[in-house]
Design a protein around this ligand. Structure first.
Ligand code: NOJ
Length: 513
């Protein structure tokens, strides 16, 4: 069973590098997150996901962990992070850390030991072939960099050697089965890291590349799922209130494996990509359903989503997201009105939603050169824009020392300006989140049923006793439906329900209850 607090959770994702810098060194820090907790709470978010904040050479923005148990000095200390847990809890905010179980940095002490010619405790912690010239049977690999004769398998970039959880189907002499003691030891080492932070007060983890652990796994990811079920048993026993959110993008598999939530984020073109924009492909065609003139069909999204929802509604949650640190910000292709409609839908769907820092004010995707392995993703990771002061309030440091440049456009949105404008996107986000918190029928568990998804009509769905409808098009749309005894309680634009006919104005959204 998913942790009870998730039922009314709304997450705020923080890329710590770019959130708020309190010591003027040009990079965000843990103390900066603590200082802004009031803002996050006021926004309507009551949970955080913080991208990896651990010691790292930062060749992949911290997803290359050098020491899982130490906060990166550039962000602060372990004590700062514990203070963040306590301060957040006092304000009713939960904190998820980012767990990277599939790989470490090539500078992690385990990997350094694993590279040694002489066998030791860590020789099998990573996946090695037997001979210096071996190709690793279809896996990306590196040779020629170690004392040890053998090549090692990578999990992502060159800096990220794959941790060894064994192979579901062993077809090479150097591959260990998933039940080999060395593979079990890797699993236990990850559980040890989880216990370390949970005992210090974190509320769980977003889990990076959750499906990547056991290699040569079958389609159902049996081997990898077994690992997560084991981890789940540990949590149920020792930390029953802890939550796990997977980056798997296959809710039926992830939730069956013991996760509470899985992201609706499918790099193959389903999920988020069909609703918001093509993942990582900002030059590609714009299919967003919320674009006024795109004439998009919600069916493209529902085809996959409804299968997922029906399969998982009793097991855990699908997490809709405005964007994340790996995608193009939605402001890239949607204007402010379109964003209002998109977020209003995301925040009234079932499951546990995630808001990426800065999306609430419509921060832009910037055309930036790569930083710390970001590549195209770098443009979505620029500093938070707080107000009109130096560096838009992100840092008092020198412009040239900033982690990434702030948006220099004259009309760069800021929190201060958005707060002063009652018609801003920020206010819409606050209103819709306040409504969600006030009505159980708009939260994670309330049943979801599509009432109308026909092209040329509003997209209408039921949440418990409430009805939600959106019309992204530039002209009013209507549908005849018996919605019961409901009337509009929250509207963006215009909407009317009378005599069994629901009319939703151009670019409008409505909640009826
Ligand atoms: C997914 C993370 O979200 C991404 O930022 C990272 O580069 C890869 N996993 C590798 O850890």
């Amino acid at each position: 069973m998913a942790a009870a607090w998730l039922k009314d959770a709304v997450f705020y994702e923080i890329y710590p590098q770019s959130f708020y810098d309190t010591n003027g060194d040009g990079i965000g820090d843990i103390n900066g997150i603590i200082e802004k907790l009031g803002y996050i709470k006021d926004l309507g978010c009551n949970a955080l996901w913080i991208n990896p904040c651990f010691d790292s050479p930062f060749k992949d923005a911290g997803y290359d962990v050098r020491d899982y148990k130490k906060v990166a000095p550039r962000y602060g200390t372990n004590e700062d992070l514990v203070r963040l847990f306590h301060t957040a809890h006092d304000m009713g905010i939960r904190v998820l850390l980012d767990l990277v179980p599939g790989h470490t940095s090539e500078e992690h002490a385990w990997f350094r030991m694993s590279q040694k010619a002489e066998r030791n405790e860590y020789s099998d912690r990573f996946i090695w072939t037997d001979f210096c010239f071996d190709a690793a049977a279809g896996f990306p690999y590196i040779g020629g960099e170690s004392e040890r004769s053998g090549t090692y398998v990578l999990n992502f970039f060159k800096c990220q050697p794959a941790l060894n959880y064994g192979f579901f189907k062993v077809d090479q002499p150097w591959q260990l089965p998933a039940n080999h003691p060395a593979a079990i030891a890797t699993r236990e080492a990850i559980k040890d890291i989880m216990r370390f932070w949970l005992e210090k007060g974190c509320d769980g983890f977003r889990v990076d590349m959750a499906s990547s652990l056991v290699k040569n796994d079958d389609d159902k990811k049996t081997g990898t799922s077994r690992i997560w079920r084991d981890v789940r048993r540990m949590l149920d026993l020792e930390f029953p209130d802890a939550a796990m959110v997977s980056e798997w993008s296959n809710p039926p598999l992830a939730l069956r494996a013991g996760y509470d939530c899985d992201f609706c984020l499918n790099v193959q073109g389903g999920g988020y990509s069909t609703l918001m924009r093509d993942y990582g492909n900002h030059k590609g065609e714009d299919h967003s359903y919320f674009k006024k003139d795109a004439g998009g069909s919600i069916g493209r999204f529902l085809d996959e989503y409804l299968d997922w929802y029906e399969d998982t509604k009793d097991k855990g949650y699908i997490s809709m997201l405005t964007c994340n640190h790996d995608t193009i910000r939605p402001r890239y292709n949607l204007d402010e009105q379109e964003l209002k409609l998109a977020y209003a839908v995301i925040f009234t769907m079932p499951g546990v939603p995630f808001l990426y820092y800065g999306d609430e004010i419509g921060m832009r995707y910037l055309d930036l050169p790569t930083k710390e392995g970001g590549y195209f993703r770098t443009g979505s990771r620029s500093p938070m824009q707080w107000d009109g002061s130096k560096n838009l309030g992100f840092s008092t440091g020198k412009k040239e020392d900033l982690y990434l440049p702030v948006d220099e456009s004259e009309d760069a949105p800021t929190v201060a300006a958005a707060e002063a404008d009652p018609a801003s996107l920020l206010h819409t986000v606050k209103e819709i989140l306040a409504l969600r918190h006030s009505r159980e029928d708009l939260q994670a568990d309330a049943p979801f049923k599509v009432i109308c998804s026909e092209d040329g009509k509003p997209f209408v769905f039921r949440r418990g006793s409430m009805v939600v409808a959106v019309n992204p098009a530039g002209t009013a749309e209507e549908v005849s439906a018996d919605l019961g005894d409901v009337s509009p309680i929250y509207t963006i634009g215009t909407a009317d329900y009378a005599d069994g006919k629901l009319t939703v104005g151009a670019q409008s959204f409505v909640v009826l209850g």
